[in-house]
Design a protein around this ligand. Structure first.
Ligand SMILES: [Zn+2]
Ligand SMILES: [Zn+2]
Length: 145
């Protein structure tokens, strides 16, 4: 994504595109790693010495309030952010801690929702082991047997 596109998306959502906000948004779009506030702060602060953790927190809160990002909360104590606000599933590997996207059918959760109920938020979370970690585990099992 170009700088111009990032600025445009923020402006479209009524966000004043300050340099720090643009950098945070670009980080989310480029890395696609579902970072936490801490991760973003740690990665961006060397290049942005004036950045504070509070600014990162407040910026993400602002982005979320206008749906520029979605929250990913697979575990109670960890809030991650995703600039891809389309509906997709998230898979967290219990071994390496990576969060992976996977496609889901639109309205996957609608089936069985009683009539008259309206959904405002839809999340599909899974935990388990990613391909790499599952392979490592198998190797360990074989070696010990
Ligand atoms: Zn893994
Ligand atoms: Zn995602």
């Amino acid at each position: 994504m170009s700088r111009q596109e990032a600025v445009q998306i923020l402006q479209t959502h009524g966000i004043k595109p300050s340099y720090q906000r643009i950098k945070i948004y670009e980080y989310l779009v480029d890395k696609k790693n579902h970072p936490t506030v801490d991760t973003i702060y740690r990665e961006l602060s060397p290049g942005l010495p004036t950045l504070s953790k509070t600014t990162v927190y407040n910026t993400l809160k602002l982005f979320h309030s206008v749906n520029v990002v979605q929250k990913v909360m697979i575990e109670d104590n960890e809030v991650r952010f995703d600039a891809d606000t389309s509906i997709h599933g998230h898979f967290k590997c219990l071994s390496c801690g990576e969060v992976y996207d996977f496609p889901v059918q639109k309205n996957a959760l609608m089936y069985g929702i009683p009539e008259g109920f309206s959904i405002t938020d839809e999340h599909i979370y899974c935990t388990g082991y990613c391909q790499d970690c599952a392979q490592v585990d198998t190797t360990l099992l074989q070696a010990s047997s």
